[in-house]
Every structure is written in C-alpha cells, then in structure tokens.
Design a binder for this molecule. Structure first.
Ligand code: HMG
Ligand code: MG
Length: 302
C-alpha cells in the first residue's frame, strides 16, 4: 500500500551545492533556501559543519545559517545540518541549529575517503555527537552511505548494511537515511534491504531513502520503497548534487521529478510544483547550466 502522504527531505542546498564546481555566494544560498521553504518544503537541509578544506563549497555555513534561521524559529521549515564530529556539533549548536545529521558509511573504503576513519571509528566519532544532541533535544538523522554499491568495493552485502544501520539507531538516531551514494541501486535490491532491516527489528517508519540518479533508477527505487511503506524521501531541487568524495556520484533524485510522480499518484507532499520549478530554473541560471531534472526541463521548455 502506498502512503497517503510523503515528507520530502530536501537536500539541494547541501548535497546539491557541495558538489558544484562553482562556489555559490552565501546570499544566493540563503535566497534558495527561503524559496524552497516558500514552495512548501518543510525539511530543508541547509548546509554542513564539516572541515572547510574538505568541502569548500559549504565553508560559509557560519555566515549562511543565521540568514535562514528564521525559517526554523517560526516553524516554517526544519533546517537540519550535517555534522561529522564534536567540533561540527559545537559550531551548529552555537548558531541555534535544532536538527542535525551524522553520517557514516556501510563500507570501509568510503569511510576512509569521506571521513578519514574506519567504519568503526566513524561510528565512534558519531556516538558522542548523537548523545549530546539528544541531551539538547536536537533531532538527529543518521545517514548511511553506500548502502547498495561502492565504487571501490562493488556490491555491498546486505548484512553489512543492516549491521551499520542498527548501530546508528542504537546510538540514538531518530531516523535513518539509506544512501545510494553512487546511484547503482535497482528496485529489487531496495526491497531486499528494507525487508532485511524489518526482519532485524528496524521499523519502516524510522527509514528514509536517499537515491542518487546516476543510472536513472532513483524514481523507480523510490516507488519500490513507497510500496514497502517508506514515507520519507530525500530529493534535491533541480537534481543538483553528488558527493565530492565518491567518484561516479551524480545528482540526487530531482525533487520536481519526485513531486510530479507523487502528484500523479495522489500522494500529498504540500509542495507547490510551479514555485519549486521556478526556484530550480533560477538556481540553474545562477550556476550557468540547465537543470538535469526532466520535469524542470519539460515545465520550463529548456
Ligand atoms: P580529519 O582530517 O581526520 O580531521 O578529518 P581531524 O579530526 O584529524 O582534525 C583535524 C583538524 O580539523 C583539527 O584542527 C580540527 O579542529 C579540525 P587543528 O587542531 O589541526 O587546527 N576540524 C574541524 N574544523 C571545522 N569543523 C569541523 C572539524 N572537524 C575537525 N567539523 C573530518 C575528519 C570528519 C573533519 C573530515 O573528514 C570531514 O570534514 N569530512 C566531511 C566530508 C563531507 O562533508 N562529505 C560530504 C558529505 S557526506 C555525503 O554527501 C553523503 C550523503 O549525502 C548520503 C549519501 O549520498 O550516501 C549524506
Ligand atoms: Mg547524497
């Protein structure tokens, strides 16, 4: 059965912009986030508090967050931010962030490439962050990357993914986002992972899905997850995105492509597709290249 309503976790301003060659000016990012919220997106991942040398595209998070914080303060949108370690949490809390996301990997290769840690060290780095955030009643999402395939290791065994997913939930994450970082998943694989997670005691209502669209499978994978009962879906306005530390990661599922499908299925999202498309078309202009989203291109004739 399909869920009547889907919560879209918008990642364009973070996963999208972190992978753009151009560094987008802080004021433009702030306007982007305000426009996404005005289009009806209630969760807009704003930025990350990682090492500025690792992701220079988001090195302005101290300047940006205060420009958008009002959206969270008056309840228009939640603005979670990515935090890898205690230092990142200090920076986020100092600015009044009320939602964070820690991120670990289901593979050793990507834990090393993305966090300079082993898988266990990455979990150990996240654990005190999650504990401290929870003490402050800050909402915690746990991202798990490379849930389906890894560019160095190939297909990732489901048992290995489930073990790491459970470790994230056991340390206190409120929700889990299953990342197909390089976009290699196919619907059967998605259903097999979800079934095994349920089998091991992880309820579907704690699970979100995060598909990149490298092989054009993101929407099919999402539909499979919805049919399984998942109702939190990550997407990126205009299909911006990727991950700088995973070769062959391209943009996330485009939010417009997702909303087009959900509208057609009669599933509520609260998103105004016209306003969202106009926002992505405007951002594409800022970046100097057309949006890769099929829906944006169809609706704007580009
Ligand atoms: P490291 O080099 O091991 O850092 O990197 P360290 O812990 O050894 O610390 C070295 C120095 O960095 C210290 O300064 C720290 O204070 C400083 P020093 O004492 O030498 O002067 N430092 C920091 N400064 C500012 N903010 C911080 C911070 N942490 C340490 N937070 C580290 C380890 C985790 C920092 C680094 O690997 C890092 O920043 N990685 C982030 C990579 C990243 O952001 N990747 C993209 C996001 S993940 C993604 O996109 C996947 C996702 O979309 C889901 C999916 O698709 O799968 C979420
Ligand atoms: Mg991602």
């Amino acid at each position: 059965d399909l869920p009547p309503r889907v919560r879209i976790h918008e990642v364009g301003a973070r996963d999208g912009l972190q992978n753009e060659k151009a560094v987008v000016p802080t004021q433009i990012k702030a306007e982007f986030i305000h426009r996404l919220a005005a289009a009806g997106l209630t969760t807009v991942e704003a930025t990350s508090f990682v090492h500025p040398k690792w992701v220079p595209q988001l090195a302005d998070s101290e300047q940006l967050f205060p420009l958008v914080r009002d959206l969270a303060q008056d309840g228009r949108a939640k603005l979670p931010v990515l935090v890898p370690n205690d230092r990142g949490l200090d920076r986020a809390l100092a600015l009044g962030a009320r939602g964070i996301a820690v991120f670990v990997s289901a593979t050793e290769s990507f834990a090393k490439a993305n966090l300079n840690r082993t898988m266990d060290e990455a979990l150990a780095m996240s654990e005190p962050v999650v504990a401290r955030a929870r003490e402050q009643k800050v909402h915690v999402r746990g991202y798990l990357s490379m849930c389906f395939g890894d560019p160095w290791e190939g297909p990732v065994p489901i048992a290995q993914v489930v073990r790491t997913a459970k470790a994230l939930l056991d340390m206190g994450c409120d929700e889990l986002s299953l990342g197909d970082t390089i976009g290699v998943a196919t619907p059967g694989h998605v259903l097999a992972l979800l079934a095994e997670l349920n089998e091991e005691g992880v309820p579907t209502d704690r699970i979100g899905v995060h598909f990149h669209d490298t092989y054009g499978q993101a929407l099919a994978n999402t539909l499979a997850a919805l049919q399984h009962g998942v109702s939190t879906v990550d997407a990126s306005a205009g299909g911006l995105g990727g991950c700088p530390y995973a070769k062959s990661a391209t943009g996330n599922l485009a939010t417009e492509d997702l909303v087009w499908m959900l509208d057609g299925l009669g599933i509520e999202t609260g998103v105004d597709l016209g306003r969202l498309t106009a926002t992505s078309a405007w951002m594409a202009e800022q970046l100097g290249r057309p949006s890769p989203s099929r829906t944006v291109r169809a609706l704007t004739g580009t």
